[in-house]
Design a protein around this ligand. Structure first.
Ligand code: GDP
Length: 482
């Protein structure tokens, strides 16, 4: 059974942990949330002695050495740290985003503050970083739904006002097909393609929706084109069981294999073995897209958190991680805002998380919230306009970015007024709940190039600048370096 397998893995990990203390840190978030950039910045700062004042072990000078080592799991692709760093620092371009699961082991030698730890582990911690698409977590609820429930949920979600125009091509086709007709591969493929196109469209910037299962449709990993992904929900299903040889039977079987060969093993082999978890969210993008996107982000967070915390609304507890004792939800890309707004972003993110926690009825203890920028691409300044001092951020827009009709070539710096977040999160959520648009004044999200890394007087390259990355590290691993 799943429980037995998980229990066995846990025992094996515990035994290994006695010999070599290890912390398995999961890094997730929906696509483009900033996972690749976060991991690259984290590792770079630890390898190169970054400025991390709020990370106690670093601040007190107890970090002796950090280095990369071969990862423990041979069957998982390696996180391509070197490629990502080269692209970010040498080319000053953003790295390729996460498409599937990957792993990296960073070993940290430190001077323990306690003699006990020093005696047992020699002050050495292996940090195993596991990067995986947040989309895959959103599949957990599917395990509790049979094919007709899945079809019903997917169809009613597709008919909601913010989605209906995007879902139209798929829904029209799906409604025109009799589910009891003879199974046909061409039908299955076309329906799967139209359904995937619809999910993809929901993800686009203007809608910025988050709850889009099945997760592998948007992030197939190495399963692209396999039968387990060639299915789609069917509207208008009859109340009877699927006749043999029918399209309905074919779709049902594939949906069931999706759950048993894709979803379950992922949870069992990967999520169940994590010790700590960070979930990155792009709250600003959701706020810019409007009330529906914020509510959808909240719904997605509920689903994500129920993978890490058994709750009253969660019946699938045998696959829920029991090991993760700390979860950090981080609102990323805070360098798009002036520092006065960092705390406001954090307050709004905290509310979104509180609401998600309340919905699923889990214990919110040890779920922390932070606003951060893993890589700070901007610096702050003020400009004088009409006798007033206005806060701005300065950066180099990516080649091809347009601001107010002006096209940038990737070599020129510019200052922009980033926009403000509401001082009071209450007013923000009143606007969300009362469906008023817009919920915040537009935040100006310009895509800047990664920063130029300066050299110190002695010619040493400094590490990547960030905002509050040190606080994230302290929360996620500070206690393990004590
Ligand atoms: P992933 O899909 O979660 O792996 O997302 P990435 O890490 O690839 O990030 C997606 C994009 O978001 C990047 O290409 C950057 O444009 C942007 N981004 C991510 N993190 C930061 C950050 O800390 N600061 C800024 N300015 N942009 C970021």
């Amino acid at each position: 059974t799943d429980e037995a397998l998980i229990a066995f893995d846990t025992l094996t990990d515990r035994a290994a942990n006695l010999i070599q203390p290890t912390l398995r840190l999961g890094v997730t978030g929906l696509s483009r949330a900033g996972k690749t950039v976060f991991i690259t910045a984290l590792v770079h700062n630890l390898l190169h002695g970054g400025r991390l004042p709020m990370f106690q072990a670093a601040h007190s000078g107890r970090l002796a050495r950090a280095f990369l080592e071969p990862q423990p799991d041979d069957a998982v692709p390696r996180f391509q740290y070197e490629d990502h760093v080269a692209r970010m620092i040498s080319d000053r371009l953003w790295p390729d985003s996460t498409r599937a699961i990957s792993e990296l082991r960073l070993t940290i030698e430190y001077e323990s503050a306690s003699g006990w730890n020093r005696f047992f582990s020699g002050g050495k911690l292996c940090l195993d970083i596991v990067d995986y698409p947040g989309e895959w977590l959103l599949d957990l609820p599917l395990l509790g739904q049979d094919f007709s429930e899945f079809s019903l949920n997917a169809t009613s979600l597709a008919r909601s006002p913010v989605r209906t125009d995007l879902a139209a091509p798929w829904l029209e086709k799906a409604q025109s097909i009799d589910p009891l007709k003879q199974a046909d591969e061409a039908d299955a493929r076309e329906l799967a393609r139209l359904f995937t196109d619809y999910l993809r469209a929901c993800k686009q910037e203007e809608r910025a929706l988050s709850t889009l299962p099945p997760g592998r449709f948007l992030m197939p990993g190495d399963l692209d084109g396999s039968p387990a992904l060639t299915f789609a929900p069917l509207p208008n299903l009859p109340d009877t069981s699927a006749p043999k040889g029918s399209l309905m039977a074919m779709m049902e079987r594939r949906y069931e294999s999706y759950k048993s060969v894709v979803v379950k093993p992922f949870f069992r082999e990967h999520v169940a073995r994590l010790d700590r978890q960070i979930v990155l969210i792009d709250a600003m993008q959701a706020m810019n897209a409007g009330q529906e996107a914020v509510m959808d982000l909240e719904r997605a967070l509920s689903d994500v958190l129920s993978c890490f915390r058994p709750g009253s609304g969660n019946l699938l507890t045998n696959l829920v991680s029991r090991r993760i004792d700390k979860v950090l939800i981080a609102a990323t890309k805070a360098d798009h805002l002036h520092h006065e707004s960092h705390d406001r972003l954090e307050a709004i993110a905290r509310r979104i998380v509180d609401r998600a926690v309340a919905t699923i009825g889990v214990n919110g203890a040890n779920i922390e919230v932070l606003a951060l920028a893993a890589v700070r691409a901007t610096r702050e300044a003020t400009v004088r306009q009409d006798g007033e001092e206005l806060p701005v951020i300065v950066g180099t827009p990516l080649k091809g970015e347009r601001i107010g009709g002006e096209l940038f070539d990737g070599n020129r710096k510019t200052a922009i007024f980033p926009g403000d977040l509401p001082r009071n999160p209450d007013s923000f959520f009143e606007a969300v709940d009362s469906h008023s648009q817009p919920i915040v004044p537009e935040i100006n999200i310009v895509r800047f190039r990664p920063p130029l890394i300066e050299e110190s007087d002695t010619g040493v390259k400094l590490s990547l600048p960030h905002i509050r990355l040190d606080r994230a590290l302290e929360y996620l691993m500070g206690d393990r370096l004590a």
